[in-house]
Design a protein around this ligand. Structure first.
Ligand code: ADP
Length: 489
């Protein structure tokens, strides 16, 4: 049996992993690509540069030559690409998920009272984060695409890469990516005519939507692999990580601790009621078919530690935060709310700012560092508690990944604050793994029941405090958050 190539096309770079039939990583490649910031708050990519980085990362992962059974694609979500079908050239710069240029347009839609209807159809709150207003903006600036839509194509980064991988033969996306565009009805599982009209999007521009594990065409003229290798999966990065962590059952969740924290909980076949505090999105069930998921984002997590290092200069390295935190028995009454870029789920207060409370003459940098790590764990607990309320599911345990999940103190604190075990797998590149797992379901490399054992636990953190202590810590935390809010939630 041959190997699988997994592509994780992220926001700043592309990782490619060559994965063997046991799900083990054989070789990896990585390439960064440029970011463009033409105005404050604007973020763009050159889609050709994303493809170049992907090709180079794949060539590096395949350098020793390998027989490929298939390719899986995971990608940064929401980022919007429009290209010419004849030439395969981008018609404009890709507008990145972080780009805020459509903020005014989104305000206008909110003022028109469209939020409940859009949430009902798409599971999303109206925000510049999502593709619809970005695509509208691009079409306003490339008027030919509205006049002769059949000559152009729109896609998120998965569609773009599939187009390039297949030499322009396949224009496809998957349900998880479609569910982030704000043009897709997550219950009917189809592009929504009313939303296409609202944003002035001709249907001829759109990719066909498939389930995440399936056939997405075959390679053609890519250079790093022969023609005819099937593309067997496409999936948005956070949903890929959920699948890579084998979270197939209702109530199971993963949290990725990177720059921010991204929490995803599998909500199963029934759509969560959703009170507007979290997003509802599509993820993958055990066989790759769509299930609902609840998603919460915490904007600043690991970046708080970067700020302690680079902004305050009280840390030499991010890793040092662990040793400092355990050098004191508690945070000495200090609470740090890491709202450095506003508060995301479940508060949604973009104007809130970070705060440090409870400083005394005895406060040391160790107390502040410890309070920062505790704050990150509390913020994740805030989002997870809201998820339990919205989905009605009780979290049995939490799977973790991302750079800051390496911090043992942070993971122990997370287990303590949630009152459930926190599991850290051996292989933390779960996004690429998720794309590979979905692709391997197609080749017969493994079945859904094998996936739980492909990436064994490296360490399990059991809760070590009692419920009363937990309740008291959470109560004091909520008081601190209350004091940072600018609008009352
Ligand atoms: P991203 O993919 O968002 O760039 P990563 O998953 O690579 O992020 O994680 C990097 C982030 O994690 C940085 O913000 C860094 O400050 C933080 N980080 C890395 N190692 C540790 C650690 N041992 N303790 C706390 N934070 C850490």
């Amino acid at each position: 049996m041959g190997s699988l190539l997994a592509i994780d096309a992220g926001t700043t770079g592309v990782t490619a992993l060559l994965i063997d039939e046991n799900g083990a990583v054989v070789r990896r490649g990585y390439r960064e690509f440029p970011q463009y910031f033409p105005q404050p708050g604007w973020v763009e990519h050159d889609a050709d540069e994303i493809w170049a980085a992907a090709s180079q990362a794949c060539a590096e992962a395949l350098a020793d030559g390998a027989e490929l059974d298939g390719i899986g694609v995971a990608n940064q979500r929401e980022t919007t690409v429009v290209w010419h079908r004849e030439t395969g050239k981008p018609a404009a710069r890709a507008i990145v998920w972080q780009c805020r240029r459509t903020a005014e347009r989104c305000e206008e839609l909110i003022e028109q009272g469209l939020a409940p209807r859009i949430f009902q159809k798409t599971g999303l709150t109206i925000d510049p984060y999502f593709s619809a207003a970005k695509l509208e903006w691009t079409l306003n600036h490339v008027p030919e695409a509205r006049r002769s839509p059949s000559r152009f194509a729109f896609g998120t980064v998965d569609s773009w890469l599939i187009w390039k991988l297949t030499g322009g033969r396949a224009h496809l996306t998957d349900m998880t990516n479609a569910s982030r565009t704000m043009l897709f009805n997550i219950d009917a599982r189809e592009w929504d005519g009313e939303l296409l009209e609202l944003f002035g999007v001709p249907r001829a521009l759109l990719p066909r939507v498939q389930t995440s594990s399936g056939r997405f065409g075959e390679t053609r003229g890519v250079g790093f692999a022969p023609d005819g290798v099937p593309i067997r999966s496409a999936v948005g990065d956070q949903q890929a990580a959920l699948f890579g962590q084998a979270r197939f059952k209702r109530g199971e969740a993963k949290n990725t601790y990177g720059t921010g924290c991204f929490l995803l909980m599998n909500a199963g076949a029934e759509r969560p009621k959703g009170g507007g505090r979290l997003l509802t999105t599509l993820a993958c069930g055990a066989d790759g078919s769509p299930v609902y998921a609840s998603e919460g984002s915490v904007f600043t997590a690991g970046s708080t530690i970067q700020w302690l290092r680079d902004g305050l200069g009280i840390l030499e390295s991010a890793a040092e935060s662990e040793a400092l935190a355990v050098s004191v028995k508690d945070a000495g009454g200090v609470a740090l709310v890491p709202a450095l870029a506003g508060l995301g789920a479940p508060y949604w207060d973009p104007h809130a700012r970070g705060a440090i409370f409870g400083i005394t003459r005895g406060t040391t940098r160790a107390h502040i560092v410890r309070a920062a790590l505790e704050g990150i764990a509390h913020r994740s607990a805030d989002a997870l508690e809201a998820m339990e309320q919205e989905t009605g599911a009780r979290l049995p345990q939490l799977q973790v990944d991302g750079g800051a999940a390496a911090n043992n103190f942070l993971m122990q604190m997370q287990a303590d604050l949630l009152g459930v075990p926190v599991n850290r797998p051996a292989q933390v590149e779960t996004t690429a793994l998720g794309a590979a797992y979905l692709a391997g379901l197609q080749t017969g490399a493994w079945s859904a029941s094998d996936l739980r054992s492909l990436n064994p636990l490296e360490r399990r953190f059991e809760p070590e405090i009692n419920p009363d202590e937990r309740a008291e810590k959470r109560r004091r935390w909520r008081e601190a958050v209350e004091r940072t809010l600018t609008r009352r939630s």
